[in-house]
Write a protein that binds this ligand. Sequence first.
Ligand SMILES: [Fe+2]
Length: 287
Amino acid sequence: MSHPGIPSFNEANSAEMVAQRLLKAKAGPLPRFLATVVDHLHQIVRETRPTAADWRQAIAFLTEIGHASDDKRQEWVLLSDLLGVTALVEDINSRRPNGATPNTGRGPFYRTDAPRLPLGADISLDGVGAPLTVTGRVVDLDGMPVAGATVETWQANAQGFYENQQPDLQPEFNLRGVFTTDSDGRFHYRTVKPAGYGVPDDGPVGQMLGRLNYPLSRPAHLHFLIRANNFETLTTQVFERGDPRLSEDALFGVKPELVGDFKRAGNSWSLDFSFVMAMARKGSRAA
Ligand SMILES: [Fe+2]
């Protein structure tokens, strides 16, 4: 017996049938976004043709990710980071004119309350590691100095750990500081050379990708958050040119413009890096 009024769900029309329900139920961006997700998800299923057992396994994996996440640990963010989604969202939202220093992710170790320090201060509070002197300049797209810019920096220590990962081992605010550029747009401070580090590999995401020999570590880098009136806030990282993991950053944060030359002289190192800020666009958010 045929039922002409009842549409038949099949491989060819599945996504369309779901989309019709979504868009009929309510107007607005959420139903449209969900319809796009469904369209791609059904495409994946048609292409990879999982068995019902395969699909249950995929759902079990996603369930594990949820169970591994809480207010201290965000396994979903890790999955997004390691699959390049976080970097893609950042890239789409931070298009800059040619010549401006690009944004790259802020990462999970930023603290809003780092101390303001005078130029030349040493941010290594425990002195552990090879001394590194950082000099830098903040300029606009015409190369003119940006005076009075706020330069926040934070970094891992010589073992690859941030202060807030090791509250019992490192002094509070170790390797963090906020500086202000002088009238020539320059700043300088002392620190120690950071080490690269691995992302957490003890949860379901790290375990699964680790079994695939997927890159799970980051090259050595310094984080910067630079703010100045009338300029777009710059959130970025400067990576060490010689680091062997430069082309395989687990978080896809490395861009050619963000690679710096860490120069060695005896036991000490120096880095000089210029940041080029773009003017704030009308109507753009400050941060
Ligand atoms: Fe980092």
